[in-house]
Design a protein around this ligand. Structure first.
Ligand code: NDP
Length: 293
């Protein structure tokens, strides 16, 4: 069994981005700029955004963090997005989800200009992705594709089971793995809470992408020998032995699954760092596309 070290791979790719940014700066006076909007005090969201800002600094991007209180109105948030849409200094931006209940997330996503939608959530980018047209891919599935590519994991003709059908992970992942490309050309089954006999479906998988948000849901008896397991889940479980009072676990029971599979991503240190890296890759792409426009 080999661990897919997302943390180390992310560090390597960030170094490559940093070198490219240095060249852009030197030869074209271009510095990619990512902005992030954070609403409220959700601890997980705060930590994700912090990691995104830190990563920007590391690769030499400019970054802007716009923090707003939970009490912000939908209209005020939409105005901030409009400003970012029009701000030529900003190459791309994200609005960290989830948002407070009184704000319509769909409306927010639709207001972001597709050319600056480096999270790849806007239907224009999503639609382009489904048709194989160049677009910003959603960051988490894009990070997973990059992992599969860099670890030279074969996907062609493989049976890939995606666990979860969210718009940000499961659904785009299933589309990307079934497209005519590498990584791709897989036979994909997408599963969800209404799927019958999920264990049997999982046991037929050569590649499993688990994204359901249930701690350690996938256990060793549900997977085939030598399968590849990508664990997207990030779940906090109580742990009084830890200083913070919790630890992070994935949607996969690492102990029982890792002894059966050929490759597995750990949590933390697997998909998470690659998601942030994909966001940087999209921002760099946006900055470069503006240069050639
Ligand atoms: P959502 O809550 O949006 O979607 C969960 C999906 O899991 C739904 O499709 C749901 O089915 C399905 N599901 C729930 N229970 C079951 C079950 N018992 N059996 C089968 N399917 C089930 O989750 P996200 O996609 O946003 O996130 C999933 C996980 O990934 C979370 O832990 C999240 O924190 C993590 N995540 C990690 C990222 C990273 O960078 N590593 C990025 C984004 C998310 P149905 O549609 O029928 O309700």
């Amino acid at each position: 069994m080999q661990i897919i070290d997302g943390k180390a791979l992310a560090a390597k790719i960030k170094q490559e981005i940093k070198e490219e940014v240095a060249v852009l700066k030197r030869n074209h006076q271009v510095v990619p700029h990512l902005a992030a909007v954070l609403v409220g005090n959700d601890p997980a969201s705060q930590s994700y955004v912090k990691s995104k800002v830190r990563s920007c600094e590391l690769v030499g991007f400019e970054s802007t963090l716009i923090r707003k209180d939970d009490s912000i109105t939908e209209q005020e948030l939409l105005e901030i997005i409009e400003d970012l849409n029009e701000n030529d200094d900003v190459d791309g931006f994200i609005v960290q989800l989830p948002l407070p209940k009184h704000i319509d997330e769909q409306k927010v996503t639709l207001t972001i200009k597709p050319e600056k939608d480096v999270d790849g959530f806007h239907p224009v980018n999503f639609g382009k992705m489904t048709q194989g047209i160049d677009a910003f891919l959603p960051a988490t599935p894009m990070g997973i594709l990059e992992m599969l590519k860099r670890y030279e994991i074969k996907t062609e003709g493989k049976h890939c089971v995606v666990l979860g059908r969210s718009n940000i992970v499961g659904t785009p992942m299933s589309i990307l793995l079934s497209r005519k490309a590498y990584p791709g050309n897989a036979t994909v089954t997408i599963t969800h809470s209404r799927t019958k006999d999920l264990s049997a479906v999982l046991r037929s998988a050569d590649i499993i992408i688990a994204a359901i948000g249930i701690p350690e849901f996938v256990t060793g008896d549900m997977v085939k020998e030598d399968c590849v397991v990508i664990d997207v889940g990030i779940n906090r479980v109580e742990d009084s032995t830890r200083l913070k009072g919790y630890r992070l676990v994935g949607d996969v029971d690492f102990e029982s699954v890792s002894s059966r599979c050929s490759y597995i991503t750990p949590v933390p240190g697997g998909v998470g760092p690659m998601t942030v890296t994909a966001l940087l890759m999209n921002t760099l792409k946006s900055a470069k596309s503006k240069m050639s426009a």
